[in-house]
Design a protein around this ligand. Sequence first.
Ligand SMILES: Nc1nc2c(c(=O)[nH]1)N[C@H]1C(S)=C(S)[C@@H](COP(=O)(O)OP(=O)(O)OC[C@H]3O[C@@H](n4cnc5c(=O)[nH]c(N)nc54)[C@H](O)[C@@H]3O)O[C@H]1N2
Ligand SMILES: Nc1nc2c(c(=O)[nH]1)N[C@H]1C(S)=C(S)[C@@H](COP(=O)(O)OP(=O)(O)OC[C@H]3O[C@@H](n4cnc5c(=O)[nH]c(N)nc54)[C@H](O)[C@@H]3O)O[C@H]1N2
Ligand SMILES: [Mo]
Length: 751
Amino acid sequence: MSPSAATHCPYCALQCAMTLTSPKALTPAETPGSEPVVAAPAIQVPAADTLTPAAPLLDVSGRDFPTNRGGLCRKGWTSASLLNHPGRVIEPLLKGPDGVHRPISWDDALAFVTSAVKQTRALHGADAVGVFGGGGLTNEKAYQLGKFARLALGTSRIDYNGRFCMSSAAAAGMRAFGLDRGLPFPLADLDAASTILMLGSNVAETMPPFVQHLQGARDAGGLIVVDPRRSATAAFTSDGGGLHLQPLPGTDLALLLGLSHVVIHEGLADAGYIAARTTGYDSLARSVASYWPERVQSLTGVPAGLIRDTARRLADGATKGGSYILTGRGVEQHVDGTDTATAAINLSLLLGLPGSARSGYGTLTGQGNGQGGREHGQKADQLPGYRKITDPAARAHMAKVWDVPESLIPGPGVPAVELLKSLGQPDGVRCLFVHGANVAVSAPDANAVIAGLRSLDFLVVCDFFLSETAVEADLILPVTQWAEEEGTLTNLEGRVLRRRRALAPPPGVRSELWIMARLAEALDAPSTFSADPETVFEELRLASAGGLADYSGIDYAMLDRGDAAYWPYPAGSEGTPRLFLDSFAHADGRAVFTAVAPRRRASPSSPAAEPARRNRGGKPMTLITGRLLEHYQSGAQTRRVAALAEAQPEARLQLHPAAAAAQGIADGDLVSISNARGEVACRAALSTDIRPETVFLPFHFPELESANRLTEAATDPISGMPEFKFSTVWIRPAAAVRVTGFPVLQAEESS
Ligand SMILES: Nc1nc2c(c(=O)[nH]1)N[C@H]1C(S)=C(S)[C@@H](COP(=O)(O)OP(=O)(O)OC[C@H]3O[C@@H](n4cnc5c(=O)[nH]c(N)nc54)[C@H](O)[C@@H]3O)O[C@H]1N2
Ligand SMILES: Nc1nc2c(c(=O)[nH]1)N[C@H]1C(S)=C(S)[C@@H](COP(=O)(O)OP(=O)(O)OC[C@H]3O[C@@H](n4cnc5c(=O)[nH]c(N)nc54)[C@H](O)[C@@H]3O)O[C@H]1N2
Ligand SMILES: [Mo]
């Protein structure tokens, strides 16, 4: 084992480069997992998490790389502490009739899975077996998972948590450019920009080392942030003379139409570019004609003067250092997320930004392999290389690579929310595999999702912790963590990177590639399933060849040398750091304007928004959800890191003092947040950084603090993205409502 490994952070898509070193040579007794961490024979979940953490096995240091330039955030610095965390699952655990998980052997575990799959298929058909993947999986695992679902399980029912993340921006990118790569340019291109418009993205908390790339625009007074909250990123605009636009949640589409209106009507559009490189301009121009700034002000709450100012700064920046428009989850995680991202792209096309060497549009991919994870087949409608599963040529290509008859590859499945809604239903999924997602916390309408998980005939979860989803599982299969495995990930720039192994996994832990290979064998699957990452990558190269996301020219040796490998990278080429310089990916080489318009959304003050709750009194408010610096996603990992849990031990509701006063709520008071779907109880954090009709809750916490008890499983009709960033809720002091079964509140009330 190498004493030091040059790898990348386990968390977000910035994929900060880091070096892992052993603080001292490990004696066998100190190897993780050699002590029985899970108390045999039975454990009560989640008692393991209260154990005292051990000293980390590896030292983490930042490594120079263009995205992070040596920088790491708190999550990265503390990431190694999870490798030998006392709550780690290090043996397969089977749930007994008493609901208690007990260790079993790998042979028994695999036999249980095999018989559950065979039984489900025999009783209900192959589509009653489902797979839920994750954007944190390496390219090798994501590719193999798609193949495993289709060929070993024979099911079409596979989708993944990236549906909750990148699906709207991906659909918009495909529609406009014919290709979806989050940033079509290297991140460092932003450094020279004069103007950067960021909509619904809070990188200062979600990708802290990213902020250095905003410094130039910020100092030039050109950083503009659109967020209903004065987020850390919005606050960063102020010293440099930038702008913070603070719209009503869910009104970004109207705002973007207003910006396009100003660009056209003030003659700021790039007519030469529009004529030479786009189609659909006339209908676009008509569609924004009625969005004059004063009208948009009344729809969004953003002053007309700021709308004009923003449009002018974007046009001005394009003639200087460059202008960029970037979108994040704040504008994409809506039922009109695809249209909103489309409106952002339309604005960028009017200004001639995409495909220019020093301007552009991009979306900020979220998960560690959020980009690669959406390219190689764990999406319901997709085959590797970003191919469509309904395309006969794509099917023929994959049948050849896999050496199976084309008829063996199932058709398209259903997107994540629909898959989760079908759990336990008569024609739905009855046996589910989960790889790299914690849907009990992260999926919309979480109470319904948990009920769905409980109604399954068999749930198998691969994880390294007893996540809230794993707790529900009949069988938990413990898998390797990032520092224990080899593989590749594709970062937010579309650059393929090497993840490298720095230490051996605990003896009872297996890689997901190994698990899939063994199960495929037990299920008599056709084709081959290797447990070796490089072998799988070699197959992925062939599978992706000729597709949109072509990796055929990339190999481990060049990645190990540190070569910059941006896809598309066909064999014999040098890869593509900057896309669209000469043409877009549509057949005619042009980008497409698609006219979009806001659809009606029930306003929080309209009783129609939540009829079931009308008679409960109190004032309805708009809930938005998102992230804190210290926690990652469902918190399954970061809530187990002592330093992070101490810094942010619980969910807190960000609430404007004026709204709080109207309800008699003081800072730190316990509040109840409820709607027809559920109820959350937590402390209030009063702040003038948020609009008065809006409240914000992070989604990193489970149970009574889980924001997704309140979100609705309504989805964007094009992308399948759920509505995470707009819910109607009622807020009141917790003492004023009857909340039962919440120990936190009971303790508070009796003291
Ligand atoms: N610390 C941390 N970092 C992370 C993650 C994490 O969980 N924790 N997750 C990673 C992943 S997978 C992702 S996808 C990214 C997400 O990164 P971001 O997109 O930056 O994250 P969010 O906090 O979800 O949303 C960003 C902002 O959108 C705002 N917002 C909410 N509703 C609206 C709206 O209607 N309009 C506008 N304009 N803004 C709105 C919120 O106030 C918030 O400040 O972060 C990645 N990095
Ligand atoms: N309300 C609200 N909900 C949201 C969002 C929001 O903004 N608001 N954002 C959404 C977004 S953008 C995202 S990306 C999702 C993410 O939501 P989740 O899918 O819940 O994300 P994680 O918490 O990262 O869950 C990953 C799980 O897999 C495990 N894991 C990590 N790596 C691996 C691996 O390699 N293999 C296996 N088998 N397991 C692994 C971790 O321990 C963890 O339990 O949440 C979405 N949910
Ligand atoms: Mo995400």
